[in-house]
Design a binder for this molecule. Structure first.
Ligand code: ZN
Length: 683
């Protein structure tokens, strides 16, 4: 066992040596050891202290994380069948262990004892916070409930987990249970050739001639945006928005309709019961117990204010679209299935900016160097490339971050798409900052993207969207790497409330829209010219295209999610459709047709983790825009402002109340003004 590379955790992970066969033995052994050690620890614990209770637990968790992190990372970036099996087995074991810890009453009692011991007052604020968070999480897992209620809690949790899976299966089955076969390309007139080709591919896949349109997002959107055939658009729209409802369209009558209606009712009822078991009035209260928002009213007021300010601009957006549609041949009322179609045409006509043209100015290497220059100006950190390290692919780079000559963190950069690598972009933890046996363990991050790789001597050229993605993920990375907190549970992004964790990432995106910063990250890959002012102006104009309508739609979803959970009445549950109708009547400028059952496919809140938390997207946008507005006021490269952000937000992680930290940085609470201004909603 000692030659298992997953136990080699003192240095950076030996990626090239890790095989699927190493995973289960390592995890089994670490879990067995952890269980034995925990029993022994708790048995011998008379007066829990930080040293006797938390330190050993944190060490074991860290040991597990350091063994698991490269496995989960390789699973994402170098997938193969063996690794997939080993990974699933590992996830199951770790989940079981996690649940076991969360339900361990003796452990909970030990934390409680520590929190009330005289020593507690001597702990630093990160330590205190981590103990309090742990106790809160135990309580939210039902640990201190009486036995009968604890059993009920477990049953509700299990049923909710079944319902969540059933919900997403229904959405998937309903999406796949319908398609439309189209014989002639003329019926799909308007679609770009690439979209037409993939519709042809779909048909071939079913051994059919012609084309197939499905309800998968790319296919659905292509028709809604480009198909000139209005009748076809209506047909596809009806099928799409009825998915997983009583009137779901399915080609095979013996299947479907995969109606999520009854599931939604049961989910809402069980969530309400769960919240009440834990002492909350409703599930919205339960949701914000772990978030930055401090009261349900705060969330509703926030969304309502945002809606009221946005609505007039959304009305103008709609009026502009209607006028454009009539001028371009629409004879009657603009319908739901016309919005994307005329929207796309209007955008092309008035705000056309070609990503292809833009990407000539964003060679990956230039963007990367520019990004490092920007963070150097803001936070005084130097990013230095390392050589001769163990890796999982030759394209991967390793950098160290230095401040005043000291190494404070490292990160892996794996930014090109390739086979067997999961799509998308993300930041993940390889090592977390903490004190390990009296020695400081530095944070290490993975930064992963999927950009087009260089081909031959042609460099990798990024679209502006990709540049923004890179800045976003690097923002998460800085939060992880620049932390000064030594307690793992609240160091870096750990322990940061969900509605605030996107603050540092969205915040970084702002530099991608500033001329002064763009000059540092752009240069034509052949001529070396910086991004022309004309292109920049177009880029900025396109950014806010229909921003009012889009913002209002997101607020509508957020309010629906939140009020549905907040106002749930167990004696007389209201039809979710009525809740939605009322919100639309109050705030929306576009009212979808009655057959639209959008809520039946709202997986974020019924099968994802966003229940009574969908508002978090907007909440974090407000924070990041408001934070950036301080830089707009004081200079986007103002070092003093940069240092304030560093010292109050990035370095503190989850160790203190984020609302307090934010106030220290900004000198006041956040407000929605900057977000509205950045979206062109106010001047
Ligand atoms: Zn993010």
């Amino acid at each position: 066992m000692s030659d298992n590379p997953l136990f080699d955790v003192e240095q950076l992970p030996p990626f090239s040596k890790i095989q699927a066969g190493h995973v289960e033995p390592a995890i089994d052994r670490l879990l067995t050891d952890a269980r034995t050690a925990l029993s022994a620890q708790l048995a011998g614990l008379s007066e829990p202290s930080w040293k006797t209770l938390v330190e050993p637990i944190e060490s074991r968790d860290d040991q597990l994380n350091k063994a698991w992190s490269p496995v989960s990372h390789l699973h994402a970036v170098c997938n193969n069948d063996d690794l997939r099996k080993a990974y699933s087995a590992g996830v199951a074991k770790l989940t079981e262990y996690g649940t076991e810890l969360g339900q361990n009453k003796d452990l909970f009692n030990a934390y409680q004892a520590l929190a009330t011991a005289p020593e507690f007052g001597n702990l630093n604020c990160a330590q205190q916070r981590s103990v309090n968070d742990a106790i809160r999480n135990f309580k939210l897992a039902g640990v201190d409930l009486p036995e009968d209620k604890q059993e009920m809690y477990g049953e509700i949790k299990n049923r909710l987990s079944e319902l969540s899976t059933a919900f997403s299966n229904n959405v998937m089955d309903a999406t796949q249970g319908w398609y439309k076969h189209i014989a002639e390309s003329t019926e799909l007139a308007g679609l770009p050739q690439s979209q037409l080709d993939s519709a042809g591919q779909q048909a071939k896949g079913k051994s059919l001639e012609g084309y197939i349109v499905t309800l998968d997002i790319p296919s659905y959107f292509a028709v809604m945006q480009y198909a000139d055939n209005r009748v076809l658009r209506e047909e596809i729209y009806r099928a799409y928005v009825s998915r997983a409802s009583a009137s779901s369209f399915c080609l095979d009558d013996s299947k479907g309709p995969w109606d999520n209606g009854p599931l939604i009712e049961e989910i809402l009822s069980l969530r309400h019961q769960l919240a009440q078991l834990l002492g909350f009035n409703n599930y919205a209260e339960r949701s914000i117990a772990t978030k930055m928002a401090s009261a349900t009213e705060e969330v509703v007021d926030f969304l309502t204010e945002l809606a009221n300010k946005t609505r007039p601009v959304a009305e103008q957006d709609l009026a502009e679209l209607k006028a454009f549609a009539s001028a371009n041949g629409l004879q009657d009322e603009l319908q739901a299935w016309d919005l994307a179609y005329y929207g796309e045409k209007l955008k092309q006509e008035q705000y056309s900016v070609s990503q292809e043209e833009l990407r000539q100015y964003f060679p990956a290497a230039k963007v990367q160097q520019g990004l490092f220059t920007i963070v150097n100006k803001l936070y005084g950190i130097d990013v230095v490339a390392e050589e001769g390290f163990d890796t999982w692919h030759e394209d991967v780079e390793l950098y160290r971050v230095e401040k005043d000559g000291d190494v404070i963190a490292r990160f892996y950069f794996d930014i090109y798409a390739r086979e067997n690598k999961r799509g998308g972009a993300w930041m993940d933890e390889c090592r977390v900052r903490r004190i390990n046996n009296g020695k400081l363990q530095l944070p290490v991050a993975y930064l992963v993207c999927n950009f087009t790789p260089p081909i031959g001597d042609k460099p990798s050229l990024l679209t502006h969207d990709e540049v923004t993605t890179l800045f976003h993920e690097f923002g998460h990375g800085l939060h992880h790497m620049l932390t000064k907190v030594d307690v793992a549970a609240v160091s870096g992004i750990n322990g940061v409330p969900w509605d605030a964790v996107e603050l540092p990432s969205q915040f970084m995106e702002n530099w991608c829209w500033q001329g002064e910063a763009l000059a540092m990250i752009s240069s034509h890959h052949e001529t070396g010219e910086p991004l022309p002012g004309d292109l920049l102006r177009k880029l900025l104009a396109a950014k806010n295209f229909q921003a009012g309508m889009q913002m209002l739609r997101q607020i509508e979803f957020s309010l629906f999610d939140f009020l549905l959970h907040q106002n749930y009445n167990a004696d007389h549950p209201e039809d979710p459709q009525k809740v939605l109708d009322r919100i639309r009547k109050n705030i929306a400028v576009v009212t979808p047709p009655v057959f639209n059952k959008f809520q039946n496919g709202f997986s974020h809140i019924f099968s994802g983790g966003y229940a009574a938390g969908y508002y978090s997207y907007k909440w974090a946008e407000v924070l990041s825009a408001d934070a950036f507005s301080k830089f707009e006021e004081e200079g986007i490269f103002n070092q003093r402002t940069g240092r304030r952000f560093l010292e109050n937000i990035l370095e503190k992680g989850g160790s203190q109340d984020i609302a307090e930290l934010y106030k220290k940085f900004r000198g006041r609470q956040s407000n929605i003004d900057a977000l509205l201004r950045h979206n062109g909603i106010t001047a």
